[in-house]
Ligand binder design. Structure first.
Ligand code: SAM
Ligand code: SF4
Length: 332
């Protein structure tokens, strides 16, 4: 196993890579995409072999955890085989995925068998009509069947991700917590981030802080703050009434988590994004395609990029978009 480490300019150890495997998606969630999205032409997208090569270089340089995301990772052809190849990289401790769950009924078991260790499934509403409105195309029953298929396949510590929008789903917070408890899942509530230009709602009006979400949960349950961490930006709480369920909060506005940042993102175009909230990036696809068979060139580019990782993001709660790329391009 490699003893290499990636350390950025602020002495943070970067050992977590979020890899986008596609910018495409079968949903069009209102906070994530415009209704009529233009997706990337195939030649601009990393091939499966290129994705494996880049994952291999990151693991060789000390990455211990990789999360596959997108877009919707399960709409990428060959995703099960990609998981198998990445999960087998010596030195990688955990391969995870964030998915909208729409294809899990079919793919949960093959993914588990391929070595995928954990899944996070996005779920913003338990009302079929509202679920359709928020995702524009999604089918709630299909996603719930997918979550159940993941449980049956053997996945442990499945986590739900819920973006809370005031006036659209904030009245469902208690029901979503109940759903998580009943199925033995964890759940994380996410503050909406200003990524990409959306037209359907005003981000300033829909903003719901993690503190407000906790107050809602507090109307039904007793929240106990916990010191545990999943080595991500979530802060966790437990419930006195259901101690097995962890309630996470990702609060980019109200709680800045940059000081302990341990991650970078790779877009499916091969751009290494050093921070979710900044444009600093390095084009690894260009290096990979210009120097085939020369892994040391990629390693050097990754190390050089890390030196430019910014200290922190600076999201503001208003409608001025600071980052023009959409979340599906960023690899959420
Ligand atoms: N398609 C997969 C899914 O929905 O889980 C993976 C990609 S999606 C971009 C990853 C996560 O980002 C999802 O949980 C989604 O809810 C969240 N997300 C997307 N746009 C967001 C935004 N503007 N602010 C906060 N979270 C966002
Ligand atoms: Fe697709 Fe995920 Fe974005 Fe929703 S949040 S549109 S499921 S990529």
């Amino acid at each position: 196993m490699s003893t290499e480490q990636l350390i950025d300019g602020y002495n943070r150890r970067i050992d977590y890579l979020r890899m986008s495997v596609t910018d495409r998606c079968d949903f069009r969630c209102v906070y994530c995409m415009a209704e009529d999205m233009q997706f990337l032409p195939r030649q601009r997208v990393l091939t499966l072999d290129e994705l494996v090569t880049l994952a291999e270089r990151f693991v060789a340089l000390g990455t211990r955890k990789i999360r596959l995301t997108g877009g919707e990772p399960l709409v990428r052809n060959g995703i099960v085989d990609l998981c198998r190849r990445i999960a087998a990289l010596p030195g990688l401790r955990e391969l995870c995925m964030t998915t909208n769950g729409s294809q899990l009924s079919r793919l949960a078991q093959p993914l588990f068998d391929a070595g995928l260790a954990r899944v996070n499934v996005s779920l913003d509403s338990l009302d079929p009509t509202r679920f359709r409105e928020l995702t524009r195309t999604g089918d709630l029953q299909q996603v719930i069947a997918g979550i159940d298929a993941a449980r049956a396949a053997g996945f442990r510590r499945i986590k739900l991700n819920c973006v809370v929008l005031k006036g659209r789903n904030d009245d469902e917070i208690g029901d979503l917590v109940r759903f998580a408890i009943d199925r033995g899942l964890d759940i994380t509530f996410i503050e909406e981030m200003p990524l990409g230009i959306i037209s359907e709602h005003s981000r300033a009006e829909s903003f719901c802080s993690s503190q407000e979400v906790r107050e809602r949960i507090g109307e039904r349950y007793t929240l106990i703050e916990s010191a545990e961490s999943s080595q991500g930006p979530s802060r966790y709480w437990r419930l006195a009434e259901a101690p097995d369920t962890r309630i996470g909060f990702i609060s980019p506005h109200s709680h800045n988590f940059c000081g302990t940042c341990n991650r970078v993102r790779l877009t499916v175009e091969g751009r290494l994004l050093l921070c979710l909230g900044n444009e600093h990036a390095s084009d690894l696809k260009a290096v990979l395609r210009a120097h085939p068979g020369q892994p040391e060139r990629i390693d050097r580019a990754i190390r050089e990029a890390l030196a430019h990782k910014p200290y922190r993001h600076n999201f503001e709660v208003n409608d001025d978009v600071q980052i023009v790329r959409f979340m599906n391009m960023t690899g959420g």
